[in-house]
Design a protein around this ligand. Structure first.
Ligand SMILES: *[C@@H]1O[C@H](CO)[C@@H](O)[C@H](O)[C@H]1NC(C)=O
Ligand SMILES: *[C@@H]1O[C@H](CO)[C@@H](O)[C@H](O)[C@H]1NC(C)=O
Ligand SMILES: *[C@@H]1O[C@H](CO)[C@@H](O)[C@H](O)[C@H]1NC(C)=O
Ligand SMILES: *[C@@H]1O[C@H](CO)[C@@H](O)[C@H](O)[C@H]1NC(C)=O
Ligand SMILES: *[C@@H]1O[C@H](CO)[C@@H](O)[C@H](O)[C@H]1NC(C)=O
Ligand SMILES: *[C@@H]1O[C@H](CO)[C@@H](O)[C@H](O)[C@H]1NC(C)=O
Length: 640
């Protein structure tokens, strides 16, 4: 059965063949018949910046109401890309035909479009600029390779009607499309175009992405419409509730499945985008729901809109130059070891008799800007070396934290051969405990022990190189370690996992890693590092931390202002927080594992090396999310 439909929006006559199964929704509450309706919970409105502007892009959404909205772009294609260079024609009106093949059967869609006189290309659709390099558009059928597309924006589309300014070829901004992602979200979607970077001007600036904490899908919006006389304008749009929307309609099961991500308006409010103005800025809330040409996705006399709030994380992730603070997932159930002890006698340190000596000691080291760290004060620290059997070379790379008589917690990336990416064998590991001065082989109380096995966290992938779940356990042979004043486990974190409880506090780290001279320290170094609240860290470098900071999986610490931080070679070592009824009775609890951080290039022996950048926050794996796994894989640790 074929139906004819007059689409005001595109002024086109479409002939559409139905092929979908329909669900009859007549009755007082038709949406109830859609079995998934109400199951999909919208994400919270995003926070782009908690401290300052809270906008997806600085200066977004500002428009004085004159001319075209400055974020409007036209997406156009020329089938013959070699003709772009000679593009200077002054033809005024274009009419064209497009043949589209859907689902194997051929549907003829005749689009008879009258465009403004300034373009001779095949205008495919409109888009909105959301960052300097990103255009968001509805889901559209496209016919050409990406290099055939051009994005038009800027003063010539400001609608100024300024003949001189907009005379063809002048004041016209033409940008190449670099890529297009058609993002399929719940079987439908939208498009993100990456374009050549534009310069933000009065006539060309992004619209703000929604950041208002409202899921209301039934209020008033402005829709960006294409009116009959070819001007682009805004029209007040009344949204309908789902009940009103489908009352007199039959809707297909494909629409039924997606009701939770759709908004609905009456047909006369056609258009491409739903936007709204709040405090003098315009925000984008919805795009015209794609595939409206297909009967399967169509509801008669209604326009369906895709609510971008549903997929805002992905939209931002796929936009160049936009960054969101990652959401904090739910925490795992806390493990209580009872009376603060994951291992008998853990976390206790000998009385600090060295304080005076330490203060006089001017040796710098570590870890950047650390001080010497007497081993009695840090008896859980393990130094890891890899003794490669093939090359007979010794790499001393990482640190670790003893948490029981048999278990060392370290970073997973420490246990791979940096040259081949092969996982190393337990027998190749040389583990030294109770070491303070690495050059003193006669050091009293030092224990060199052999590992029995290595357990890497299942979700870790060395080749992904993103340091996600950078956690491993080294299990020692039974009775190979003696607990002494210089060798003693730290406590595992005990209940109260909430990050808020430690944000802003200082954690202690120790290691033999790179000092300010980017050479390894031979004396164990320590530093106290401030644990940064996630948002504070995130906004120091949105680009880096939006990819790498994953609340609950890791956290940031350091003193970026003066460069006190962990560095190369400290990886795997612990970040410990002291807790207890009094200074004398305090225990040290392992909370973080030194994992990675932003790097910088340095010259060393006439070669360029990548080293840590101590003026940026380093990232520490947060062990509270992995506690059950640690307990399950440790032969001698059990919660009470
Ligand atoms: C593309 O356009 C150029 C210049 O107008 C012309 O020389 C060439 O033959 C065209 N190529 C095709 C495949 O039509
Ligand atoms: C930023 O937007 C979020 C989400 O709407 C809101 O919860 C928060 O209060 C806003 N922050 C500021 C500073 O306006
Ligand atoms: C175009 O149509 C709108 C209403 O649809 C009207 O307000 C506007 O004046 C018209 N513009 C021109 C240039 O005719
Ligand atoms: C549904 O149809 C009835 C009568 O056929 C009409 O009175 C009513 O306005 C319609 N409702 C909508 C939302 O179109
Ligand atoms: C879009 O973002 C998601 C992450 O949310 C990512 O998995 C996907 O690869 C991105 N797509 C493109 C084309 O960048
Ligand atoms: C850096 O600042 C912190 C806090 O102000 C301080 O504890 C630390 O000693 C400083 N480091 C250096 C090298 O000045």
């Amino acid at each position: 059965m074929c139906k004819e439909l007059f689409v005001l929006l595109l002024m086109a006559i479409m002939t559409i063949c139905e092929g979908a199964t329909y669900v009859n929704l007549e009755g007082p509450n038709p949406v109830r018949e859609c079995k998934n309706y109400g199951k999909y919970k919208p994400t919270k409105a995003p926070v782009y910046s908690p401290t300052t502007e809270n906008l997806s892009f600085e200066k977004c959404g500002e428009w004085n109401g004159k001319g075209d909205m400055p974020w409007t772009v036209i997406i156009a294609a020329k089938p013959n890309s070699s003709a772009w260079s000679s593009y200077a024609v002054t033809q005024t009106v274009t009419e064209f035909l497009i043949l589209i093949s859907f689902f194997g059967s051929v549907t003829l869609i005749m689009l008879s479009l009258k465009f403004p006189r300034d373009l001779t290309d095949n205008k495919e659709t409109y888009g909105f600029l959301v960052s300097e390099q990103t255009v968001l558009a509805g889901f559209n059928p496209h016919h050409y390779e990406i290099e055939n597309y051009r994005i038009y924006a800027g003063p010539c589309y400001s609608g100024s009607k300024d003949e001189e300014l907009c005379k063809f070829g002048r004041g016209l901004l033409q940008k190449r499309a670099l890529s297009r992602s058609r993002i399929v979200f719940r079987k439908n979607g939208y498009e993100m175009w990456k374009i050549e970077k534009v310069t933000i001007t009065q006539h060309l600036k992004p619209i703000c992405l929604w950041n208002l904490n409202s899921y209301d899908r039934e209020s008033r919006f402005d829709s960006f419409v294409f009116t009959q006389n070819n001007t682009r304008s805004l029209k007040r749009t009344e949204l309908l509730s789902h009940q009103q929307c489908y009352l007199n309609n039959s809707i297909s099961s494909s629409v039924c499945d997606k009701l939770d991500s759709l908004m609905c308006s009456a047909f006369e409010y056609s258009g491409f985008f739903l936007i709204t103005k709040v405090d003098n800025r315009y925000y984008l809330r919805a795009t015209r729901w794609g595939n409206f040409l297909l009967s399967e996705y169509r509801v008669e006399n209604r326009i369906l809109w895709f609510d971008i709030l549903q997929d805002i994380d992905r939209i931002v992730a796929n936009s160049t130059g936009l960054f969101l603070m990652p959401p904090t997932p739910k925490l795992e159930t806390e493990i209580d070891f009872g009376r603060g002890e994951s291992y008998a006698g853990c976390g206790e340190v000998a009385q600090d008799k060295t304080r005076g000596r330490e203060r006089r000691d001017t040796a710098v080291g570590f870890i950047h800007h650390g001080t010497n760290a007497p081993i009695e004060q840090n008896p859980w620290h393990a130094s890891l070396s890899i003794n490669f059997p093939t090359t007979d070379s010794l790499y001393d790379l990482c640190g670790g934290t003893l948490v029981s008589k048999r278990v060392i917690v370290t970073a997973a990336h420490c246990l791979y051969d940096p040259n081949t990416g092969d996982k190393i064998e337990a027998e190749w590991l040389e583990i030294t405990l109770g070491m303070y001065d690495a050059t003193d082989s006669e050091e009293i109380g030092r224990q060199t022990v052999q590992a029995a096995s290595i357990v890497i966290y299942d979700g870790y992938d060395y080749f992904r190189n993103d340091f996600q779940h950078d956690l491993a356990l080294i299990i020692m042979k039974k009775d190979s370690i003696q607990i002494t004043e210089r060798v003693r486990p730290a406590c595992l974190w005990n209940s109260e996992y909430d990050f808020e409880n430690i944000a802003g506090k200082n954690g202690k780290v120790v290691g033999f890693g790179f000092t300010e001279q980017f050479t390894k320290s031979s004396i164990l170094q320590k530093a106290y590092l401030r644990i940064a609240p996630h948002e504070e860290c995130f906004y120091t470098n949105k680009k880096f931390y939006s990819r790498n900071l994953r609340p609950t999986q890791n956290f940031c610490a350091g003193f970026p202002h003066n460069g006190t931080n962990a560095c190369n070679g400290d990886s795997g070592g612990g970040l410990l927080i002291a807790n207890g009824p009094s200074a004398r009775k305090k225990r040290f609890y392992l909370r973080g594992v030194i994992s990675f951080g932003p790097s910088q290039k340095k010259e060393k022996n006439n070669a360029e090396i990548r080293v840590c950048n101590p003026s940026k926050y380093a990232l520490f794996l947060d062990i509270t999310s992995y506690m059950q796994w640690i307990v399950d894989n440790s032969p001698d640790i059990a919660p009470i």
